[in-house]
Every structure is written in C-alpha cells, then in structure tokens.
Design a protein around this ligand. Structure first.
Ligand code: F6P
Length: 357
C-alpha cells in the first residue's frame, strides 16, 4: 500500500490540477494499493491536519481546470520555525500529521518559497517529491515551470489588445507584467506581443534611454509605443542603492507600482500621452494552455514513477528537453534569473527592442 499526501502551496497558477492528475493517474495505473490524502490550502493543511481522502475519480475532468482543487495559501518559509499564535511548532505539527497518517511520501507542488519548506521537511526525514509550478519561471534546476506558458499567452493577449488602441490614439502604453523579481514572463510576452521597449529586473533601465527610444520611434514615423514592464523592473539609480537605502526610498514612493512611475517620468520628459494597463492576476487565471497541460501531465507522471520506485528528495524538472530529477537541496533557496548576456536578449535587441540600458 502506498499512502501519498498531496498539497499545492504558494500563489496558484494554471495546470496545478493537470499535474496532480498526472501524479495520481500514473500511480493508480501502476498499483491498485494506493491511498491519496489531499491537504487543503497548502502547508496550512499539513500543519493543522486539514485533509480529505481522495479517489482517482476526483482527478477526472480536471485537466483543463485552472486553480487548484486543493486550494492554496502562502505560508512563508521564514515563519515556519516560528510558533503560531497558539504556540504550535509548525514543523513538528507537519511531521506529526505525516506520521499519524502513516504516509509514504508527500507530493508538493510549488514555487520558490514552497521548495525551501519542502527541502526543510526532507532534512527532517520526510519523503518528499516536488513539482515546479509558477508563472514566474524562476525556479532553479528546471528550464521551465508549468503555468509559465499559460501566463505568457495571457500577457501576450493583453499586449495584443493594447496594440490596436495604442495605434488608434497614438499613445505610449505600458503593460505591466507579473514575474516577481525576474523578467522571464515580461521578456517572452514582450517579444511575442511585439513590444518596442522591455524593462526587466535583470537589466536596470535608464529613463533617459527609455525616452530616447520612444522619441526615436516617433521621429521615424511611429505614432505609438508599447512598453512591457516587469513588476520588478528597477532603474539603474535604484539598483545602485544598498537594500537599506532602497527600502527607505521606497517608503516615500507615491506610485502604486513601477509602471506608474515610469509612465509619469516619460510623460514629464517627453510630454507624450502615457497610459498604464495592469493585467495582474488574470495572468495566473483560467485554463492551462495546451503546452502546460502536456508539460504538467508529463511531470506528474514522472513524479508517479519516482514514488512507485521509492525515490524521494527530488524535484521533477525539465533540462535540455528532458524530464529530469533534481535534488531538492540544489533547488531550495535559489532563483533562476534571465542573464543580461543571454542570446534571447541579443536577438531581441537585434529586432530593435530597447531594454532601456
Ligand atoms: O509568484 C507568482 C506571482 O503571481 C508573482 O508573479 C507575483 O509577484 C505574486 O505571485 C503575486 O502574489 P499574490 O498573489 O500574493 O498577490
């Protein structure tokens, strides 16, 4: 008998259900001696013993469904070692529930923070297999995370829609794209949507260069300019500050996000009409795109294979077009950034895209 616990933690994304379905289908097809325990709302469910027993039928019909049938929540890693408001030791509570249910392993679907806790549970002796989810594509050890391609589609759609109205009115438009501290989503949606300027955290921008790129376009006869700006984009001046100095500066910041600041600065320097569009959480919503359905199903089914073989302590990832198992200790605590020297950046520049650098 295999007793498998499942949980989805952190910000949701498309294809979480597809990935869980992949895990369950592959283990149920390999053995009829399986019990599935679904923990509700991420690590919270494991800490407080909130779970439901699931049948393989619960995973039917969810391939195309966005969100997560288990619910999710953010339970910050840095608070895991701190007792809750009733003095409960969260790590001990998770171990207690794991052993009480006599689980063989936990399958944990999540992003960066989730992987730090998953690795902590591994060091505490629990059997863990993880799957890489996030629209940000910033997980170390995998070339791709599921959710990313679906989010690229949505952010690209947003830029496409803005294109037509920007062209009609001859305006400068900023589309702010999610991605937390990295620029994968903005870079890909920006290129796919034909953005003229792309600002990402890994390439700090100079506002003078951004304005120059807009003016050059206008001089060449283009009536509009589209900027894809990552929510984590940062100016060269701010990037040069220490963490402490930056925090102090940001406390006085009057703008809701970086895009509004960039918009105000462009408007002030160029006198052009600038508008900001923030697709926000729509980028994490709706059905997974076909790529993510296939990708998450493959990762899930490989996770099932590891479970049947009793191989634990790995994230199932994707490297050089192969599904691979990556030791959790290699994944936890590291971010995968866009390299400013990457070929894709050089190619984008050759297309005439400005990064404001
Ligand atoms: O990590 C996914 C993500 O959507 C980031 O791109 C974004 O910065 C963050 O989550 C938003 O978090 P929340 O859903 O907690 O507002």
């Amino acid at each position: 008998m295999k007793r498998v616990g499942l949980l989805t933690s952190g910000g949701d994304c498309q294809a979480l259900n597809a990935a869980m379905r992949g895990v369950v289908k592959s283990i149920v097809n390999a053995s009829d001696q399986v019990e599935i325990y679904g923990f509700l709302e991420g690590y919270k469910g494991l800490i407080y013993g909130n779970y439901k027993m699931l049948q393989s039928s619960d995973f039917s019909g969810i391939l195309t469904k966005g969100g997560t049938i288990l619910g999710s929540s953010r339970t910050p890693f840095k608070l895991m070692r701190e007792p809750d408001e009733n003095g409960l030791d969260k790590v001990e509570a998770m171990k207690h529930n794991y052993y009480k249910l006599n689980l063989d392993c936990l399958v944990i679907l999540g992003g960066n923070g989730t992987h730090k806790t998953a690795n902590l549970l591994r060091t505490e002796g629990l059997n863990v297999v993880t799957l890489p989810k996030t629209i940000d594509n910033d997980l170390w050890g995998t070339d791709m995370t599921f959710g990313f391609q679906s989010a690229v589609n949505i952010a690209t759609d947003a830029i496409d829609c803005i294109h037509t109205t920007a062209a009609s009115h001859g305006r400068v438009f900023i589309v702010e794209v999610m991605g937390h501290k990295v620029g994968w989503l903005t870079l890909n949606a920006g290129i796919a949507g034909g953005a003229d300027i792309i600002l990402i955290p890994e390439i700090p921008y100079d506002i003078k260069k951004v304005v120059k790129a807009i003016e050059t376009r206008h001089k060449r006869g283009s009536r509009f300019t589209i900027l894809a700006v990552a929510e984590g984009a940062i100016s060269k001046a701010d990037a040069a500050l220490s963490k402490k100095e930056l925090k102090k500066k940001q406390e006085k910041n009057i703008y809701p996000s970086v895009s509004y600041q960039v918009a105000a600065e462009i408007q002030e320097r160029s006198g052009l009409d600038v508008r900001v569009t923030v697709p926000g959480h729509t980028q994490r919503g709706g059905s997974p795109c076909p790529y993510d359905r296939v990708f998450a199903s493959r990762l899930g089914s490989e996770a099932g294979k590891l479970i049947m073989k009793g191989e634990y302590g790995f994230m199932v990832g994707y490297k050089n077009r192969e599904i691979v198992k990556v030791p959790l200790e290699d994944v936890a605590g590291k971010l995968k950034y866009v390299s400013p020297d990457a070929t894709i950046i050089k190619e984008a520049k050759m297309l005439g895209i400005s990064f404001g650098d």
